[in-house]
Write a protein that binds this ligand. Sequence first.
Ligand code: IPM
Ligand code: MG
Length: 394
Amino acid sequence: MSDYRIAILPGDGTGREVALEAQRILDTIEANTNIGFEQTVIPCGGKNYLDTGEEWAEGSFEFCRDEADAIYLGAIGYPGATLDNGDLAGGSVILGMRSGLDLYANVRPIKLYEGVPHKIHGKFTQVWQPGMVDMTILRENTEGLYHSLLRRSADRALGREPYEPPELEFPGLSGEVAYDPRPISSVGSERLMRMGFEIAETRNGAPVDGVQRVTCVDKSNVTRGCQLFRSVFERVALDYPKSELDYSYIDAFMQWITRSPEYYDVVVTSNMFGDIATDLGAVLQGGMGMAASGNIGDNQAFFEPVHGSAPKHAGQNKVNPIASINSVQMMMDWLGRKKSNEQMIQIGTLIDDSVADHLKDGKNLTYDLGGKASCSFVGEGISSRLAEKLAEQF
Ligand code: IPM
Ligand code: MG
C-alpha cells in the first residue's frame, strides 16, 4: 500500500464544485487499487478572506510545501473580495505557491478530444477531426511580468495617493506613470526548456506529421528578455537533437495556432505570453472547461483547471468538471514519474481514456459542450468508467 498526501484547495465559486469531482477521482483510484490518498482540504481564496480575514490559514503554505506529496487547486476569485492594496484576495495562494515553491513550469496540454466541438466559429458548429489539436504549452511560471507582482507598489499601480514617481525615468511620458519590469533569466529559461524537450520525448509528435517539434515563442524582434530567452533555447536545444526546432513571434503564433494547430507539438514561452496563449488554446480544445494544467517545479507541484471561479455559474452544479479531472490525470502522471511508480503513470493514462470514452460517447455533456448534464453527473460518469478500467487492469 502506498499512501500519498494530497492537499486539496477548493478555493472559490465553481472551484469548489470541480474540486469535489477531482476528489471523486482520487477516491475511485483508492477504492480500486492498492494506492491510498490522504486528502487534506484547505479552505482558501476570496470568500475565505471575507469570512476569516485571511486568504488561507497560517501554516497552509508550509503544509503544501513540506507535507503534501502533491497539491490540487480549484479556483480563486470571489466578487468583492479585494485586499487593501487592491489585489485579488486569494491571489497570493496561486502566485505565492508558484513563486514560493519555485514551480517554474506551467504545463498546459491542449488537446481536442473526439466528440468535442472546438469554438473557433460560433458555438458548436465546428466538429472534431482526427488529430486536429494536440499540443502542450509550457509557460514560464515565476519570472517575466509576474516576477514582481508580490512586491510591486500597488498604490502606484492603482493611481492611489500618495503618488510616488517611478525610480526610472521614462522620457516623453507625462502624468502618473506605472510600470512592471519583465525580468527573464537564463537559468529560469533553461530549466523550462529542458522540461519542454523532455516532455516532447514522451509524446507522439505534432498531429500533422508526427514530427517531434519544440517551438520557441517569444518577441525577440523587440525585447531584450526575449532575445535572451531565444538564445538559451538555441543552446539548450543542442542537447536534444531528436526534436525539430521551430520559432514563432507571439503575435504570429496566435494566428498560426488558430489556423494550423496541428503543426504544434510542444511550445515553450514566457510567463505572460503563455497566460494569453493558453486561453486561446482553450478555445481550440472546446473551451475553458477542458483546459487542465500543472504548475511544476523540481520538488513540488500543484494542479489546477485553467478556468477561474466563474461566479455567475457558481452554486448551480453546471460547469464542466473535465479540466479538473484532467488536472488529477496530470497529477498522477507527475507523481508516478517522481516516485518511480509505473502504476500511477498508467492510472494517469486510464483517466485520460475514461475522459476520452465519455466524450466520444457524447451522451452526457455539460452545457459548454452543448449538453445538459450537471457537473457531478459528468464526474460520476467518468469515475465509473475509470473504476471499470482500474478493476480490469489491476
Ligand atoms: C492563469 C490565471 C492567473 C494568471 C490569474 C488568476 C492570476 O489567469 O492561471 O492563467 O494570470 O496566471
Ligand atoms: Mg490565465
